[in-house]
Design a protein around this ligand. Sequence first.
Ligand code: G
Ligand code: G
Ligand code: NA
Ligand code: MN
Length: 253
Amino acid sequence: LGLMSELRSALHEGRVSLAYQPKFSLSDDRIVSVEALVRWKGADGQNIPPDHFIPLAETTGMVTEVTLFALRETAAQLVTWQQFGHALHASVNISPVDLAESEFVSNVEAILEEERLDSSVLTLEITESAFIRSPAQTIASLKRLRELGLRLSIDDYGTGLSTLSYLQQMPVQELKIDRCFIEGLSKMSSDQVLVRSTIEMAHELGLTVVAEGVEDKETLELLRRLGCDQVQGYLIGRPMTAGEIMKICGACR
Ligand code: G
Ligand code: G
Ligand code: NA
Ligand code: MN
């Protein structure tokens, strides 16, 4: 629990921040969105990676404070980008734990109102595994978030053994194909079959498809041919500061 009280202090003392990783539209040929990723600088100045504290924060409930921080910060940043003429969208990762929290949806609604953000430019990413063990409360929360006008995305798709027909019953608009299917895409025809059919099915269901972990031009062009809508990965850009996002979006108004 020492780590969690340090996390709480860090949140209050401004040592938790966000990095933004761009998402590139293959039809518009420009950066259309960014994913907010939490960054924590420990007291010794070292970065503490999310993988080291998010799982623990989930077991203690602290994760919802992180999520609400990320939502508020991203909402404010979107408004700032808009003021500079950048019509960007953004996504924030949420945890299944958040969806089980009774106050979560009303807290989200309050943030949207306080920051005066049009909710349609904000997407919530939820890992696929959350959908599989989704009790009634999770689905109910997702529906209420959707009613607020937020977009919903399935993160890490393909790792959780769910089916698209099952996910069809969920109020989602976007599907992110997990990095592990994209890494070897240009070399492995088995992955190509899988990715092609996933894109086709997702489009049948009216979902936007994003491929994660795109690291080379060959993979990007292959995904373009397969009909993928957006790509994210080191080829387009690593997680970066809000200021750096403005610079690389100089031509993406
Ligand atoms: O790039 P990075 O090392 O930040 O991400 C590692 C993992 O931590 C990813 O799975 C990412 O989804 C998760 N993560 C990053 N930021 C957040 C956050 O604000 N909330 C939650 N729940 N997960 C996050
Ligand atoms: O689980 P989630 O999809 O939120 O994970 C985001 C994580 O993936 C972050 O740690 C981010 O830094 C990392 N990431 C983003 N793009 C790439 C990429 O092109 N290659 C690799 N290896 N990791 C990436
Ligand atoms: Na994510
Ligand atoms: Mn992911």
